[in-house]
Write a protein that binds this ligand. Structure first.
Ligand SMILES: Nc1ncnc2c1ncn2[C@@H]1O[C@H](COP(=O)(O)OP(=O)(O)OP(=O)(O)O)[C@@H](O)[C@H]1O
Length: 270
């Protein structure tokens, strides 16, 4: 079994651990459309793992399979050594898988701090009545959650906008707040769906730095979809390449760069 791999593997400059997520022969269809066909790949602890491919290749579908939004018709998902059957997105989130979205999904009228607090919801224990009364254990718990949210705000260097409604922020900062909300859940695996989409060069550099810092300082495993090849090749340990729902490449950035099927897919010459 996959979790038994004993020794640490030293990827690029990063120290990655054993496989924590193993996807085996995943197939997913929407009616007649085959979004994913027989896809297998794994993710190691502490790794930055990219999923790339041309438009419509199945990348978002794959992310949605990992966090339980879609249930594949075929295949196995093994997370931390457990076969996951019929796991929905609530259970996936509870078990330590958080994500951000291609199109920002924040509460635009709420402040940065309150949006990040919503990421703590799954961690809250006190019941609704106690929370509403803001009494006893609920009060103590709320203070504890606020401290965690403030720590994330400091980490992401967004103290100056903590009370600003998210809808008023430029796009790059909204993306950073979304990252903050996902981090508030203290995930073991963070799924990032095009974290740099629509950003200028400076915003991309900032986002790259935060992704690397999250991985380094919190030890979070990261699976990301990204179209910017420079970014993917710079920050990823391994890259899986999809095309028309099939896996056509898998390996280190250098291996993938030299893979003829991958080159053909990107040049559209097949
Ligand atoms: N909910 C859905 N219903 C029907 N078809 C879908 C659905 N989601 C995805 N598809 C189809 O599955 C295929 C893979 O789509 P997917 O969005 O996963 O690709 P992608 O690689 O993320 O594309 P992009 O880079 O454009 O976001 C496409 O043919 C798409 O039209």
């Amino acid at each position: 079994m996959i979790m038994n791999e004993p020794d640490m593997h030293f990827g690029s400059a990063r120290k990655t651990g054993p496989v924590i997520l193993d996807l085996q022969n995943i197939s997913l269809s929407f009616g007649g459309v085959k979004a994913l066909t027989n896809i297998s790949f794994d993710v190691r602890q502490h790794e930055i793992r990219a999923i790339i491919g041309p438009n419509g290749a199945g990348k978002s579908s794959m992310l949605n399979v990992i966090n339980g939004v879609y249930r594949p018709q075929q295949g196995e998902i093994i997370y931390r050594g457990q076969h996951r059957k019929n796991m929905d997105c609530y259970q996936a989130a509870k078990s330590g898988i958080a994500r951000t979205f291609q199109n920002i999904a924040l509460f635009k009228g709420m402040t940065v701090l309150d949006n990040i607090m919503t990421g703590r919801n799954l961690k809250m224990k006190s019941n609704f009545l106690l929370q509403a009364l803001y009494w006893g254990p609920a009060r103590r718990e709320e203070i504890e959650h606020r401290k965690k949210a403030e720590a994330i705000i400091d980490f992401l260097e967004i103290q100056h906008i903590r009370k600003t409604p998210v809808g008023r922020l430029p796009y790059g900062l909204q993306k950073r707040v979304e990252l903050g909300r996902a981090l508030a859940a203290e995930p073991e695996i963070l799924l990032l769906d095009e974290p740099m989409a629509g950003m200028n060069v400076e915003e991309k550099q900032d986002m790259c730095r935060f992704i690397l810092d999250v991985n380094d300082q919190f030890g979070t495993t990261i699976v990301l979809i990204e179209h910017d090849m420079g970014v993917v090749m710079d920050i990823s340990d391994r890259v899986v390449v999809l095309d028309y729902g099939k896996k056509i490449g898998d390996g280190t950035p250098d291996e993938v760069r030299g893979n003829q099927d991958v080159i053909n897919a990107y040049l559209g010459s097949h």
